[in-house]
Design a protein around this ligand. Sequence first.
Ligand SMILES: *Cc1c(COP(=O)(O)O)cnc(C)c1O
Length: 339
Amino acid sequence: MKDIKWQELGFSYVKTDYNTRCVWKDGAWGKVEVSDSEYLPIHMAATCLHYGQEVFEGLKAFRGVDGKVRFFRLEENAKRMQRSGEYLRMQVPSIELFEEMCTKAVQANAEYIPPYGTGASLYLRPLLIGTGAQVGVKEATEYTFVVFVTPVGPYFKEGFKPITVTLERLYDRAAPHGTGHTKVGGNYAASIGSGSRAHAAGFANVLYLDPSEKKYIDEFGAANFFGIKDGKYVTPDSSSVLPSITNMSLRTLAEDLGLTVENRPIPVEELATFEETGACGTAAVISPVGRIFDPLTQEYFEYGTEAGPWSVKLYTLLQDIQYGRAEDKHGWTTLIDIE
Ligand SMILES: *Cc1c(COP(=O)(O)O)cnc(C)c1O
């Protein structure tokens, strides 16, 4: 195991020893290569550079209480990368190729898998880019699929504390009937301005509204929204929201714990009625949201200074499954063979 201060790691790039790569050309995927280079040789006319033919994924491998290493819902990430890539007319990896690329990337960097008990984990970033040269706007004839890994620290270093966020009343991260439901880099490029303005104003995150009417809650820049009230877990149904695998899992666990799940449009005014609200995604599982600022009224919706009881229960249960402490009833984890 590497000598790293695991507990002090944040969510940023830490160099590891290897990454995996695979190229699609002449109608087929080539063989999986394990590379020790951090760089990609790339043609200057590659479609990913000009026309944004790029999709990515984010998932984690966890060292469990039993010392075994597990992926969480790897197959769902594979399927989502296929859906995202197909939307951009890219060649996409099969589920088996996605699994092989991720598994080999973890195995080759086994010394970077954080030890159990540190709260740290190994983050995987699969990315698929159009690397064929093209000047006209059309799909590339060559694609590169890369998976790199980086150890990331415990998300909540000072405990599970609620964050303050702001509604975004001016800008959208994606268009109606656009790319919002796919994990394409362009959605993130479009959200960087809102995110940095919000950070400069002291907010931890931005909550976007539906781009067509601005009446309903959509999601955060990189996490889904949920609210809890009257024994219900409520999360937006919107064509511009990215289907979060964490949210999908929390919905199942919410039902297991006796909550009713509602997946429907959430009008902005309904924010006043929730007992708890949160952001959910792979990075933090749940970030409890304590206050939501509305720039239109200059007022806050408030949910308290401590994480609510349902947020704590859901967060704990999901992490217990990821770290092998609770029975994996739904078959969400897969073991990785580590020498
Ligand atoms: C990746 C992502 C999420 C979170 O999805 P998970 O599968 O839970 O990690 C939420 N919203 C957006 C916009 C995302 O890109």
